[in-house]
Ligand binder design. Structure first.
Ligand code: AFP
Length: 291
């Protein structure tokens, strides 16, 4: 897909900045504050500018939604079929410590009447990760394809053309330090069940990285609503829907605690937050068995 090819260029540019620049400076807090109330880091702004510049020129794109923009941005291609949403630099609290960050993206096709109904309008979704290697995964045409950037060849090489999510894994990924403030009491019971079943815990604090590990190794990723983030912390358009689309295509599940994330109606607020759980079908059974 042409838009994904263009995003690839953006991933390379973002990775190059992060490899060459001082990570402590890139992690500096700017004077900006985004719509979600997060501190905006220098690298958030650089990544947003890189992707915005690329997508604004793409004739396939009608509108762009970014974590770092208050409202949808119009490209000038009024009849173009797609809305592209992204979190330009997911996990930005990791930048200064040189821990994995990523970009999450989602491409939605407009209905004929100019609306988007829900997550079923997605035609492609995915994420890149900037870690020991620069890699990206794209969910498109019912397949999860996974690529790695080669510095030597200056291109992305295909690593896997059809990733499947394990039905049962061995890791739960949840910020357990918030458990005393979780609003849905099922999550504490769920974590206890995971521990009883000898699951181990991992938390990078970057959904692209924690979600990716769950795609590759199986298990579960969850971010429940809590007293501070009463609707959860994960943003629907550029974190929740894309990861739900990835998990459904890969053979796993997604839920906001009651319905599939893909069935949540498309929100008016582009920064709408949701509670989320993603995983394999065994973890779905485990979660559903809790009353
Ligand atoms: P940013 O995009 O602002 O870096 O937020 C990242 C994130 O939404 C998601 O990627 C993580 O899972 C979550 O925040 C981490 O939140 P904690 O502060 O609870 O670790």
């Amino acid at each position: 897909m042409e838009i994904v090819k263009l995003l690839e260029k953006g991933f390379i540019e973002i990775a190059t900045v992060m490899r060459d620049a001082n990570s402590i400076s890139l992690g500096n807090i700017t004077e900006h504050n985004n719509n979600s109330g997060d501190d905006v880091k220098t690298m958030d702004l650089i990544s947003n500018a890189i992707l915005m510049d690329i997508l604004m020129k793409c004739e396939q794109v009608r509108t762009i939604g970014s974590e770092e923009e208050d409202t949808l941005c119009e490209t000038g291609f009024k009849n173009a079929p797609y809305l592209v949403c992204y979190d330009p630099l997911d996990g930005s609290s990791n930048i200064d410590a040189n821990i994995t960050t990523g970009t999450i993206f989602c491409i939605y096709k407009y209905n004929d009447d100019g609306t988007i109904t829900n997550g079923h309008n997605i035609v492609a979704s995915g994420y890149s990760i900037y870690g020991a290697a620069t890699q990206y995964l794209v969910a498109h045409n019912d397949t999860l394809r996974f690529y790695q950037y080669s510095n030597k060849r200056q291109q992305f090489d295909l690593l896997h053309d059809n990733i499947r999510i394990k039905s049962k894994g061995g890791i739960y990924s949840i910020n357990e330090s918030s458990k005393k403030t979780w609003l849905d009491t099922r999550y504490e019971k769920f974590v206890d069940k995971c521990i009883d079943e000898k699951y181990s815990c991992r938390w990078v604090g970057c959904m692209a990285a924690d979600g990716h590990r769950t795609v590759i190794k199986g298990g579960v990723f969850a971010y429940p609503a809590n007293k501070k983030d009463t609707s959860g912390k994960i943003r629907l358009l550029y974190e929740g829907y894309p990861f739900a689309h990835i998990f459904h295509i890969g053979g796993g599940f997604s839920s906001n605690g009651s319905i599939s994330i893909l069935d949540i109606p498309f929100p008016k607020n582009i920064h709408q937050k949701i509670p989320i759980i993603l995983g394999g079908m065994y973890e779905k059974e485990l979660f559903d068995s809790i009353c």
